[in-house]
Design a protein around this ligand. Structure first.
Ligand code: SF4
Length: 73
């Protein structure tokens, strides 16, 4: 499995929890009820990209850890 860098733009996350539902091993709510990444290896790459694609505001960023190549958006 390729190592990923996964992060959430807290300027736009509205905290609806879709990403937590899709990939609970990767995301959790922080004290501000916004999503934060707890483990970028907590789900298969396809599941993480599915979570990113289903974020209603496009707040999830995914890149390859080694090269920095952006996978989403
Ligand atoms: S799906 Fe998007 S808006 Fe909803 S909690 Fe996750 S990052 Fe935030």
């Amino acid at each position: 499995m390729r190592a990923l860098h996964v992060w959430v733009d807290h300027d736009i996350c509205v905290g609806n929890g879709t990403c937590l539902t899709i990939a609970p091993g990767v995301f959790r709510h922080n004290d501000s009820r916004q999503s934060e990444v707890i483990d970028p290896a907590g789900a298969p790459e396809a599941v993480i990209l599915h979570a990113a694609a289903n974020c209603p505001v496009g707040a999830i960023r995914v890149a390859l850890a080694e090269s920095g190549e952006r996978l989403h958006p």
